[in-house]
Design a protein around this ligand. Structure first.
Ligand SMILES: [Zn+2]
Length: 368
């Protein structure tokens, strides 16, 4: 399987379109035409990870954090990023990153973190906004199933628990073909009336192109009447952070012990909580400070995240037990499910391509 073929199979599970604006996800270094020999999965592309890739004869490194993130001015060997990028290029390794798109899927960083803490009834903390589009198309009655099926097959009207979702309302369409028109129904120059169905479907905005192409191919009219509307509905299938419940309420101290143990972190920073038992818990792997208010509004007794500042702790004192459990510690657990997903994709074609999880700890932070 080539890198590009892998990308096409993998990205429906982590759509790049759901990544934060300004993020840099996808193939960062390499050639899509390279045949994958083996894959190494890591949180970060460090020089140690790149050397491990060489040792394990892998030519595709998949990381969570993008190596090339901020606008890159140069790739000289006297910068950390430049040195790593040069090494990876020289060794003909491909580097691919799934960053905030991996944070935003229900098998990704935040749901894995929630599961590690034993949370149940887990939902997205901050659902994705502005990602839905409605497509309305007017179809002659006897073509309705053909057009609807083509649009569904291209991804419209499809959600986690339901597919083939549409609305259909009957009505009358009018048209008059002029000059060189070749109308599917009726005659040129004559006002026609046709029994049509207004077919409505919602789809994620990154699927519109495919859905419209499929609709055009299936629709019999020369000029197709259709509308595309942006929607403001939240997309609860994707989004950042997660929130759920502990099976049993525990004391604040017991909760802190649980976090330390489950995330294998030697030290926690936290601010005073409500002074009550902890039952509802929000999580956001990595830097989640901007979702603390979502957690408070949704009744969380505690939130586990990382990269928190002094004043952030101060602002929420006694409102929520805010825990900084470390950036690496709240994210690295995703490497197992990520490797598993990659294996599933690579095995679809009976390729025996090994997928390794790095043995190198890429956490730059030490505890004393
Ligand atoms: Zn991170």
């Amino acid at each position: 399987m080539t890198v590009k073929e892998f990308q096409n199979k993998f990205e429906p599970f982590v759509p790049p379109a759901i990544a934060w604006k300004g993020d840099n996800v996808g193939l960062q270094i390499g050639r899509g035409t390279d045949t994958i020999r083996a894959v190494l999965v890591a949180l970060d592309a460090t020089l140690y990870v790149a050397k491990e890739a060489v040792k394990k004869k892998t030519n595709l490194i998949i990381t969570h954090h993008p190596l090339l993130f901020h606008p890159v001015q140069n790739l000289t060997s006297d910068t950390r990023v430049g040195e790593i990028a040069q090494f990876i290029t020289e060794k003909k390794i491909n580097l691919y990153s799934a960053h905030t798109n991996l944070d935003s899927v229900q098998w990704g960083v935040n749901f894995v973190l929630a599961k590690a803490l034993g949370l149940t009834d887990v939902q997205i903390l901050s659902p994705l906004k502005d990602s839905f589009t409605k497509i309305v198309v007017f179809v002659p009655k006897n073509f309705i199933e053909t057009v609807a099926t083509a649009m569904h097959n291209a991804g419209a009207g499809m959600f986690t628990k339901y597919d083939h979702c549409s609305f259909r309302g009957e009505g009358t369409g009018t048209f008059r073909g002029m000059n060189n028109a070749r109308p599917f129904l009726g005659e040129v120059g004559k006002l026609e009336r046709a029994e049509e169905i207004r077919l409505e479907m919602v789809c994620e905005s990154w699927k519109i192109k495919d859905v419209l192409s499929a609709m055009r191919v299936a629709h019999p009219y020369e000029e197709i009447a259709y509308d595309v509307y942006p929607l403001m509905n939240e997309n609860t299938e994707y989004g950042l952070g997660a929130i759920g419940n502990l099976p049993k309420a525990v004391s604040e101290n017991n909760f802190l012990s649980l976090v330390k143990k489950k995330l294998k972190t030697p030290s926690l920073r936290y601010s005073a909580g409500k002074g009550a038992r902890i039952k509802r818990v929000a999580v956001c792997g990595g830097s989640g400070s901007e979702y603390i208010n979502d957690a408070i509004h949704q009744g969380a007794d505690a939130m586990v995240t990382a990269d928190l500042k002094y004043h952030t702790f101060q602002d929420v004192e006694h409102k929520i037990l805010l825990v900084d459990a470390g950036h690496y510690e709240t994210e690295h657990l995703v490497l197992g499910p990520l490797a598993m997903k990659i294996r599933e994709i690579l095995q679809q074609r009976k390729h025996s391509i090994p997928v390794f999880i790095t043995e190198t700890t890429t956490n730059p932070i030490r505890y004393y």
